[in-house]
Design a protein around this ligand. Structure first.
Ligand code: LLP
Length: 414
């Protein structure tokens, strides 16, 4: 459940009219609902209560500082993948013992920063990375905790670009390498191997692949008599974008809790999309309408630089009018496209929508995860503003970029 609902003809975020925010802040615009973020976080917390997990929100899905602070204040930890995400985690004063750090390409400086801050874990993705983490810790006269990310080689039916737990992807280490690492763990005197980590993919609708992967990894731990404290099951819970029927947090928990309980390991969970996905929308304005051949186009003021998911994954985002037109219920089929000079620049194709006119607004739903976070300045377009709504109030939590932001750091030489 999210808190973007119509009251009469107007779309609201919590108790604020979306059109009012757009009028004051302009478009393109991202709007997040603080209470939806918290509801979703609490759903997971409640579902997994019996396991007392550490729930680390995946920063890559939405790294806005106010979104992070909202969740950290509610008790969440953070799953980070770069020095930049660590920087954000520090700015919102995330307790270090609630931070886990994954990613296949961590650099020496990033590793040292994270050691200095005292994070709970590195999720190690290769033997060479483990050697570097151990070396950095030794140089700093510290001992750090690590978990080995195992690629469990399970099949997940999601988009190929967002599956991560199959053998041929770059993530984690295979069972053979994991075995070698555990066998030679004595070599890493400054890196305590305290856990195993998996993350099998994203937008996963059923618990089956999770169970499969968890069982495989726990089987490996048992077989090799590996002594560890933590099991990090990654993120990946799917959400509703259109007609999907994803598992609820409660049904996911029911399916995985017994296996984890039996293992006696402490659970870490890294949800991103489940918390942030339906907590945000993108609002865009109709610039022009036109017909090319048999196709009706609506050209709006946001494009693939603002929201790349449709272009990159052919992802479906529901598109709704911010204000339903009065009287006439006339609808037609349109492609909703942006101003970018690429044919792949679309937000939706063949959508049956009310006939809006120039200046009217559309809401692109389910745009709280991997949306602003993946936006860019392509075509030299300033990035959109971000707003956080709380009940009857709203605040701009990231200013719209200006042209001068586009050229920051550049110099003119010829
Ligand atoms: N943990 C790790 C190690 C991850 O790599 C990810 C996401 C997560 C947790 C969070 O997964 P979630 O709960 O959000 O599914 N850009 C794509 C999604 C890429 C996901 C990358 N990893 C999209 O727009 O669908």
């Amino acid at each position: 459940m999210h808190r973007f609902k119509y009251k009469g003809r107007s779309l609201y975020c919590e108790n604020v009219r979306v059109a009012r925010i757009a009028k004051e802040v302009g478009t393109p615009l991202y709007i997040y609902s603080r209470n939806t973020l918290l509801d979703h976080y609490r759903k997971i917390e409640k579902a997994l209560k019996g396991l007392s997990p550490l729930i680390c929100f995946s920063v890559k899905s939405n790294s806005n500082l106010s979104v992070l602070k909202t969740l950290v204040k509610a008790g969440a930890g953070l799953d980070i993948v770069s020095g930049g995400e660590l920087y954000r985690a520090k700015l919102v004063k995330t307790p270090p013992e609630r931070i886990v750090y994954a990613g296949v390409g961590k650099k020496r400086d990033e590793i040292m920063d994270a050691i200095r801050y005292g994070i709970l874990f590195f999720n190690i993705e290769s033997q060479e990375e483990l050697e570097l983490v151990n070396q950095c810790a030794r140089g700093m006269k510290k001992t750090v905790n690590v978990a080995i990310r195992i690629n469990p080689d399970v099949d997940v039916s999601t988009h190929a670009y967002i599956t991560t737990g199959m053998g041929q992807t770059k993530f984690g280490v295979d069972f053979k390498t994991a075995k070698n690492i555990f066998r030679s763990s004595w070599k890493y005197r400054n890196a305590n191997i305290k856990g195993v980590h998996i993350h099998i993919g994203s937008q996963i609708l059923s618990a089956r692949p999770f169970r499969h992967a968890i069982k495989k990894v726990l089987g490996f731990v048992d077989e090799n008599k590996i002594s560890i404290e933590y099991l990090n099951v990654g993120g990946g819970l799917g959400i509703v974008y259109s007609f999907e029927k994803p598992q609820t947090a409660a049904s996911f928990a029911r399916k995985i809790a017994p296996i984890i309980k039996r293992s006696k390991l402490k659970l870490i969970f890294e949800p991103g999309r489940f918390i942030s996905g339906n907590s945000g929308i993108m609002v865009t304005k109709v610039l022009y309408r036109k017909k090319n051949g048999r196709k009706n186009f609506i050209i709006v003021d946001s494009g693939m630089n603002d929201l790349i998911r449709p272009s990159l994954y052919r992802a479906y985002h529901t598109i709704l009018p911010v204000t339903k037109p009065a009287g006439s219920l006339k609808k037609a089929k349109f492609d909703i496209v942006g101003p970018i000079c690429e044919s792949s620049d679309f937000l939706g194709k063949d959508r049956v929508l009310p006939v809006l006119k120039k200046g009217d607004l559309f809401a692109v739903m389910g745009a709280g995860a991997y949306s602003f976070a993946m936006s860019s300045n392509y075509n030299s377009r300033p990035r959109a503003a971000e707003v956080l709504v709380d009940g009857t109030r709203f605040a701009v939590v990231r200013k719209r970029e200006a042209y001068k932001d586009l050229v920051r750091g550049e110099s003119v030489r010829a």
